[in-house]
Design a protein around this ligand. Structure first.
Ligand code: ZN
Length: 290
């Protein structure tokens, strides 16, 4: 049987629904096997939806986030695995407090890499996605997600590394997800202005860090996936404790997004197969018969 397999590695439950989700839904719908691997349980996530900030939710976050994740995976049509590490939390304050004992970002890289290698060798993805070296957003778990993914991409095919973690498997391509692009935000913000509306992105654009513009230039691959934006939004809303349904995520009408920015963006970071850039398909060049 030939089948295409895509593995998306994410730091917390909900990250899969806000980064590259429509692309995953598209490939799943096309018959590929898609697996989301979530490195941590999201135990230290704040309740970001006022409607969920109720006594029934407090103290049950780990359990609730498992249910939310299961629902999101079902909506996207993907398989899902927990890697079982503990959320490091987003340190806040000046100076920043130390990371909590036992958290994912402090786990030895060898340990977390082996855990991911084990799942890679079992699922045998042709393509993997993860975050760029900045984590896409400065959460210690996101930066660690990048480090672990790159290390596991390198190690999974090497029979000398982690010999007890399954049969070696070479992943063909590794991508970074680049969804947080100034151009996209500006395009949607301009559409709000055209309709005489204020638009939710003014503050983001005003405080935009120009260092991030480099990532737009690094995009190699644009996947057309507008048809799956409603699924992406439903999956995100399934993470009810994490997402305020009134947040800017959902502010731009889907029709505008579908018309003005119908793609998700990726950067081909590593490849073991010949490629021609730019691409429109993460599986471009992948042999299906293995
Ligand atoms: Zn996250």
């Amino acid at each position: 049987m030939s089948e295409l397999r895509l593995m998306a590695v994410h730091a917390h439950p909900d990250d899969e629904s806000s980064k590259g989700a429509a692309t995953m839904a598209k490939y799943a719908d096309a018959g590929a096997r898609v697996m989301v691997v979530t490195l941590t349980g999201g135990e230290r996530g704040d309740i970001l939806n006022p409607a969920m900030d109720i006594p029934e939710v407090h103290g049950r976050m780990a359990e609730i986030r498992r249910d939310e994740m299961a629902r999101a995976a079902e909506i996207l049509g993907v398989e899902h695995r927990w890697l079982g590490f503990v959320d490091s939390g987003l340190p806040e304050g000046d100076p920043l407090p130390p990371l909590p004992d036992g958290c994912f970002a402090l786990a030895p890289l060898e340990e977390s890499t082996e855990a991911l290698v084990r799942v890679i060798r079992e699922f045998r993805p042709h393509v993997m996605t993860t975050y760029d070296e900045t984590g896409g957003y400065p959460h210690p778990d996101h930066i660690r997600c990048h480090e672990v993914s790159v290390a596991a991409y390198e190690a999974a095919g090497d029979y000398l590394r982690y010999p007890d973690a399954g049969e070696p498997w070479n992943v063909s391509k590794l991508y970074y997800i680049h969804g947080f692009l100034r151009d996209r935000m500006q395009t949607l913000q301009d559409e709000f202005a055209k309709h005489g509306l204020e638009g939710p992105f003014a503050k983001w654009l005003e405080h935009w860090n120009p260092d991030r513009d480099i990532f737009a230039k690094r995009v190699t691959t644009r996947v057309e996936c507008a048809k799956y934006f409603p699924q992406r939004d439903d999956a995100l809303r399934a993470h009810a404790t994490q997402i305020d349904p009134n947040s800017f995520f959902f502010a731009a009408p889907l029709e505008w997004q579908e018309r003005l920015w119908p793609t998700e963006e990726f950067e081909l970071a590593r490849s073991r197969i010949p490629v021609t850039l730019p691409e429109t398909d993460l599986f471009e060049g992948v042999e299906v018969d293995r």
